[in-house]
Design a protein around this ligand. Sequence first.
Ligand code: WT7
Length: 632
Amino acid sequence: MSHKIQTLSGYFHEYQKSVLEPEAFWSRIAESFHWRKKWTKTLEWDFEGPNVKWFVNGKLNLTENIFERHLYTKGETPAIIWEPNNPDEPNRTLTYSELYRLTNQFCNALKAQGIGKGDRVIIYMPMVPEAAIAMLACARVGAIHSVVFAGFSASSLADRINDCQAKMVLTSDGNFRGQKQIEVKAVVDEALTKCTSVQKVIVLQRTHQPVNMVTNRDLWWHNAIDGQPYEFEAEEMDAEDMLFILYTSGSTGKPKGVVHTTGGYMVYSYYSFLNVFQYSQGDIYWCTADVGWITGHSYIVYGPLLAGATTLMFEGVPTHPHPGRFWEIVDKYKVNQFYTAPTAIRALQAYGLEPVEPYSLSSLKVIGSVGEPINEEAWHWYHDHIGKGNCPLVDTWWQTETGGIMISALAGITPNKPAHASLPLPGVQPVIVDAEGNELTGNNVEGNLCIKFPWPSMLRTTYGDHEKCKNVYFSTYKGMYFTGDGAKRDHDGYLRILGRVDDVINVSGHRMGTAEVENAINEHPKVVESAVVGFPHEVKGQGIYAFVICDMTGRTEESLKEEIKETVRKIIGPIAKPDIVQIVPGLPKTRSGKIMRRILRKVASKDLSNLGDTSTLLNPEVVDDIIKGAGL
Ligand code: WT7
């Protein structure tokens, strides 16, 4: 494959070209795809609008570049290997030609239920091949999918449905997750009491638990596809037509619908997959993410399938039925590239080496990390005990908004450096800026991470609110995309990501807005005011710490804390549940009434050094109460 970089000097050469002549660089890669009509202009952009268009006027369907392009050579190659939650249940393998037929069949089912170009379809499903089929079928009929992680609550689901005015929901009766069986359809039913846009719900039978089916609205997946033909002519899309919306949390209270478009996302997810993981034909690649997150979109479904790869999909969790489950799967399928999150590594590390020892792991060639900074201890454990000291470890930095991996070693090409994402991919122009937005050039500098030139898979807008996109990402520093992360360029020129500098916390690799959690807490009738901050957590990376002012009448402190945690679980979902709730008499405020989160962060991380000057506070006396209340 000609787009695969082979050597370090080859990387530097490609990088140079991509900066000097970005349009020629990306054109050459895009030309290897099948376009119904070639683009007339490679790139049109300004970061003021922002307005970014790649492959202007190009016409294509992304799925023709997965199916029609590969079928003659890879029809019998496994596209998806599926491992169920329960190891005793049979696994499944779908070849490219089988996946093609099932996708087409589901396209016909979608059409029969009134879905066409531009319609929004919510996917709220377990990690089964049908989730990928659903995404691909949407892309093939020209509908815009929005996958919602099936752990989100009914009210989070309803918010997303309403924001994009989805016409259909694809779901399942229930999901298997470790020892648990989750009532997914019941959550959809509850969400839909607050939504009017949804006309049809298609329900996949997974757990066979009894569910309520609403007449004229709900139908079973197996009935929807029954008798539908296995052929479907793909819809012609413009390169800039929306491919999907994915909701993600930010500093503001409400999650934003990040919009990705067809042509650029296709080119970049393919190119980054191939180069970061150094995928070779015949390899078995496994990413442990869920399709509800961007990692699942770009590196379980789109990137690998566009590259004609074999992608493994796992329904379960790392510790069920035993903490060696991941390693058992690696050996079972002879996985060559393995991609997971630091939080999973730390959780498994806690079980010691015993669960790892029964497995050889000798098929592994590349191991990868994503979602949060990987601490050095976890890096070494992963590198030494899983990679056996001889697999390159790619620490991949990127975001929902970037669509694909931006800063990472290329496996086996870029020298590894623990806890450093390392170097930008070709086409990516990161800059570190100071508070005033001045670019800090040279090595040994630290500041905020921005990107100064467009790349094909960057977000185009936030759904239904372009102003928000402009304000959140393009207004902090003029003429640049601001990532929200801090970063350091070390003495070798390697980049190290330092974590979020805004009010976003990263819990087990999942993004949570502090304002979003506060809004949920404030729904509890006894809560007067709350402030949420992150604190260092051994397994999750960051935990959620809530300081809450409450009316205590009729409650004990313990019961109220539990009620507050439960409220958040109910409103957002289990991933947002605070680890610690502290009831406080007041919150430290500036004279203008702003909460001084800096002080709360210090208390939450049990670090009382450099508390700073608290005398300028409106209510300095509460600080002592809070410190005492925290048991410090
Ligand atoms: C935020 C984006 C990208 C897919 C998963 C998360 C943090 C992500 C790394 C890494 C340090 C990382 C950043 C980023 N992050 N990868 N390798 N090293 N930090 O996507 O939910 O959009 O979150 O995750 O803080 O801004 P996301």
